[in-house]
Ligand binder design. Sequence first.
Ligand SMILES: Cc1ncc(COP(=O)(O)O)c(C=O)c1O
Length: 391
Amino acid sequence: MQNFEQSDMLKRLPEQFFAKLVAKTQEVKEQGHDVINLGQGNPDLPTPEPIVKELQTAAENPVNHKYSPFQGFGYLKQAAADFYKREYDVSVDPEQEVTILFGAKAGLVELSQCFLNPGDTALLPDPGYPDYLSGIAMASAEPAFMPLQRENNFLPDYSAISEEALDCAKLMFLNYPNNPTAATATKTFYDETVALAKKHHICVVQDFAYGALGLDGQKPQSFLQSEGAKDIGIEIYTLSKTYNMAGWRVAFAVGNPSVVQSLNLIQDHLYVSLFGAVQSAAAAALNNDQTAVKQLAATYTERRDRFIRALNDIGWDVDIPEGTFFAWLPVPSDYTSEEFADLLLEKAHVVVAPGRGFGDYGEGYVRVGLLASAERLEEAAARIGRLEIFK
Ligand SMILES: Cc1ncc(COP(=O)(O)O)c(C=O)c1O
């Protein structure tokens, strides 16, 4: 059997930190233990029924059996534009300022291919969602990490970045509400970002994956609500978390027309477009009454409250997450995040994601997904309590 050598690009891809955790989890499951897996970011609840029904109907329409038009159906771009107007009072031109993506992940990786040449620099959060780094590595570009620290509400401290580094940077990735820290951003922060990006000619990519998941009834700010944001960047909006559609692979980007045009160009070479029935269901999701989204945020708020209360009961002193469906929990000082995650898996059969997997500044934390029922989350806390670590 021939062993074909990988391209340099594939060799440059960062190691999949969490692959080890997945394998260890599988081992513990195979030993017959009841594992509570809170280590991943996969929504546990189903897609609302009207969206599924729309997919079923649209799948029967022969129009959708053909290739979809390049760059997607106009009605989906219009639905995205209407959604931004209705939800955020932001006006975008559906043809020039919206592009449809095969999930946010694909768009985020494509953006680095669109704007970075070998040796260029991109600013990205540490800790952060790992795929920003994947795209940067594919483009042979250099990451410049912006630490997200608790004392700064997990927002990057722009004053700590040198003028030289800012002048070099071509792209900046942001993500609020934030995975993994569960922090949210303020309008003031986005206003500062716009001013900084203008001054240094940086293209800002704000990943709004958890845009619908403000807890306690709070509505997270869209980056595009800041004046001038469209001049210097885009926002990526996925349907994965808002409508529990992670398996459907549909998202869109809104904002700067030159960025939209570049994404359209690369996608013309990679794909035709999404299955028409998925586009039809995605448009229904965006156009429909949004009551189910509010209910979803309320469900996560309730899970968070019960989980945090249960952690406090066992003596684990933690911050209260503001957005997303994650909790970012400090690790006791005598463990690394990986050692602590291993301990919880082996002794409590609870899976959490070690913070180190999200970057150097993730060390000292573990991330918990509130992606099980409140009862299972309380059970996870009780099991951890029985280890008597926090007494
Ligand atoms: C911050 C962030 N961005 C993007 C994604 C990926 O979204 P999609 O399912 O649209 O690819 C995730 C998924 O976990 C995420 O946490």
